[in-house]
Design a protein around this ligand. Structure first.
Ligand code: FES
Length: 617
């Protein structure tokens, strides 16, 4: 039987009457967008079936709905098309997953780090055994550590014990032992060894970042980003949880993907810094609750069922080798604590990094994504929640939405008099779509220019060729096809605006519920974390009423605050204890059970603030 060939990647696979083109593409590693995970919602998995050995099945109603006139041009939804015969399937430019811009920077508000890691180096000279009073190698080493450092009876990892006889006898200058919290010897090397390294991981649903840290100087030695390879098995956490439920080997498969990714990052980071990975003696990991469970191999299925309980909340300290991490053989990895099914250790790390839990004045912290995690509070009380904002902030459900990859429009400016549009794209490539910050920027500029009115409807009375009626009602042309990478006009449609209104209302209402529960309307700082949050212009965010408090609070992008929090916990053991306290004391608010949420959600749909603060920035 002739194969299905994915072009331009030249990847071939036998047709399978049970699998959609999307599933086949994933099997052979074709980079095909599927933000809704193949649920036939987003319309992003567009492909063109070219040469075909037999007539194609007719497009489904869903395909006709989502693709509109593109159906006549041969476009199909990969997640809704099954072929039982050979064909060539073209993945058009706009359907290819680009390499996402990954936020590796830490917070722009670094709090001083005190170097108090869990691991320390101790150099000792161990006397040779005496003929008249033979003392075993281990006992002589323990005696030397007690005399030199006052360390009493530490445990010794079996792998260290196996190295002990050689280490004691190969250098007359003694040995260097690495101890964890003074309780266990996790490494032993002949001679004097000063170097000590650690690695912090921020494991996101889409991206993963490793920070290789020098635990002696506190310096970053390398920062290494990667796409989370689990994307090939499901774009979002719910799809990955379903994958675990549907396949007996699902959890193992997802776990081995992420472990391989972390090991790859360690290999790249250590190669760049010229360090032996075996010298990494400690690791920390933060991530959302689903990523945490998938890495630890914990059954995630109940995270998708109300009331969404995680398997555990407390931080876990495990041998890195038990997780399959290729760092020091006896090193430990610490998984920071979680709060709830949808408030993970990444949120706890953001709080740690921004110092929100130590502030006198309350502050609002928002991590924008498919699930917006929101925190409000100060040193007296912290409230947190997760709001289902939907994928709009990551480009999902938006006609020309895309991930933050090269060619994504990230900033838009519209001349209010001529309605001419200027834009900036990531890596200055020809525009091929809008990423989250581009969508917010475009909507904010359209509000400022009077194209979008306060209720979200487009002003059809404007005289400009850019405003026209399309398949989804009014649409505004941001970039003409002659200037785009795909040759098609990039527009923001009335339906896109409605999608954005839903997303921003969810965030606004979630934040307002926390603020009301806390019992104050006064706060002076708003921290925006995460990739989308970092690139969003605070003025644009305020124009679309993304969160309350714009008029009085200073909005600060805090970069990859979760990654910075993971580094803090790595370098300072007191910070990992602080993280435990934050997770224990923070109050989780379940928005589904908060009566006010629905009310606020509906009432915050409009764009009412546009004129209030234009000059205040
Ligand atoms: S993946 Fe096909 S419509 Fe979303």
């Amino acid at each position: 039987m002739s194969p299905i060939i994915f072009l331009p990647f030249e990847k071939e696979i036998e047709p399978d009457g049970d699998l959609t083109l999307l599933q086949l593409a994933r099997k052979v590693g074709v980079p095909l967008e599927a933000p809704c995970g193949g649920k036939r919602i987003c319309g992003k998995c567009k492909v063109i079936v070219g040469r075909s050995n037999r007539p194609l099945p007719p497009p489904s109603e869903r395909e006709q709905d989502l693709l509109g006139k593109l159906v006549q041009k041969g476009y199909r939804l990969a997640c809704d098309t099954i072929l039982t015969h050979g064909a060539s399937v073209v993945i058009p430019e706009e359907s290819r997953t680009g390499r996402q811009v990954i936020l590796t920077s830490d917070t722009r508000h670094p709090y001083p780090v005190r170097l108090r890691p869990h691991v320390t180096r101790c150099h000792v000279e161990v006397p040779a055994p005496a003929i008249n009073a033979v003392l075993a190698d281990r006992e002589r080493l323990l005696l030397a550590l007690k005399e030199a450092y006052g360390i009493r009876s530490p445990e010794m990892d079996l792998f260290v014990l196996r190295q002990l006889p050689q280490a004691l006898r190969s250098d007359p200058k003694g040995v260097t032992a690495t101890l964890r919290d003074g309780k266990e010897i996790i490494d032993l090397r002949a001679g004097r060894e000063e170097r000590l390294y650690g690695v912090a991981f921020d494991v996101g649903t889409t991206t993963v970042v490793a920070f290789l840290m020098d635990m002696v100087s506190g310096e970053k030695r390398a920062v290494m980003p990667a796409m989370n390879p689990q994307i090939a098995l499901g774009d979002d956490v719910i799809t990955r949880i379903s994958f675990c439920q549907e396949r007996p080997d699902g959890l193992d498969k997802l776990r081995s993907e992420i472990v391989a990714c972390l090991n790859g990052l360690v290999a790249e980071a250590t190669a760049q810094a010229g360090i032996d990975p075996g010298r990494i003696m400690e690791a920390t990991v933060v991530g959302n609750t689903a990523m945490h469970h998938l890495l630890a191999g914990l059954d995630p299925r109940y995270l998708s069922m109300a009331p969404y309980p995680p398997v555990l909340q407390a931080g876990q300290t495990l041998k890195a080798r038990d997780l399959g991490l290729h760092i020091g053989t006896s090193a430990y990895v610490h998984l920071l604590p979680l709060k709830a099914g949808f408030v993970g250790s990444d949120t706890i790390a953001c709080i740690l990094a921004t110092g929100l839990h130590k502030r006198k004045a309350p502050a609002l912290l928002i991590d924008l994504g498919t699930n917006g995690e929101i925190v409000f509070g100060n040193r007296d009380r912290i409230l947190c929640c997760s709001t289902a904002a939907g994928p709009a902030f990551e480009g999902g459900h938006i006609r020309w939405g895309m991930r933050a990859a090269a060619g994504a429009i990230e900033r838009v400016r519209i001349d209010p008099d001529t309605l001419n549009v200027e834009w900036e794209t990531i890596d200055h490539e020809k525009p091929s779509g809008l990423c989250g910050s581009g969508i917010i920027s475009a909507a904010a500029e359209m509000i400022r220019s009077g194209i979008i009115l306060s209720r979200g409807n487009m002003n059809g009375s404007l005289q400009t060729p850019r405003l026209r009626e399309g398949e989804d009602g009014w649409e505004f042309v941001l970039v003409w096809g002659s200037e785009t990478a795909t040759g098609q006009d990039i527009v923001l449609t009335q339906r896109d605006v409605a999608e954005l209104q839903m997303a921003k209302s969810a965030v606004y209402a979630g934040a307002s519920v926390l603020i009301e529960k806390y019992g104050t309307a006064s706060f002076s700082r708003i921290f925006l974390a995460g990739a989308c949050g970092n690139y969003v212009d605070p003025r644009d965010a305020c124009v679309i009423d993304l969160f309350p408090g714009c008029l009085n609070a200073k909005v600060v992008g805090v970069g990859n605050a979760a990654g910075h929090g993971a580094c803090l916990a790595l370098l300072d053991r007191n910070k990992s204890k602080e993280a435990e306290r934050i997770a224990r004391n923070a109050e989780y608010v379940e928005l589904a059970a908060a009566n006010r949420f629905q009310e606020l959600f509906v009432s915050s749909m409009c764009f009412t603030s546009a004129g209030d603060f234009e000059d205040d920035f």
